[in-house]
Design a protein around this ligand. Sequence first.
Ligand code: FES
Length: 63
Amino acid sequence: MYVCICNALKDRELSEAANDARNVAEVFRRCGRRPQCGKCLPDVAQIIEDGRAAENPAPLAAE
Ligand code: FES
């Protein structure tokens, strides 16, 4: 699915670029692109957060 229409970037490509990325700008840099309209920036930030959450899942509640 396209996340960034301006740069024709799909969620899969962005997820790979977001691995260990510090911020949205770094994701775009890794993709060799620059944000244009900016509408996708919250979605790209969410992709970074989702990647972090997958790497560091919340601990289970104490039993
Ligand atoms: S949709 Fe990503 S910069 Fe416009």
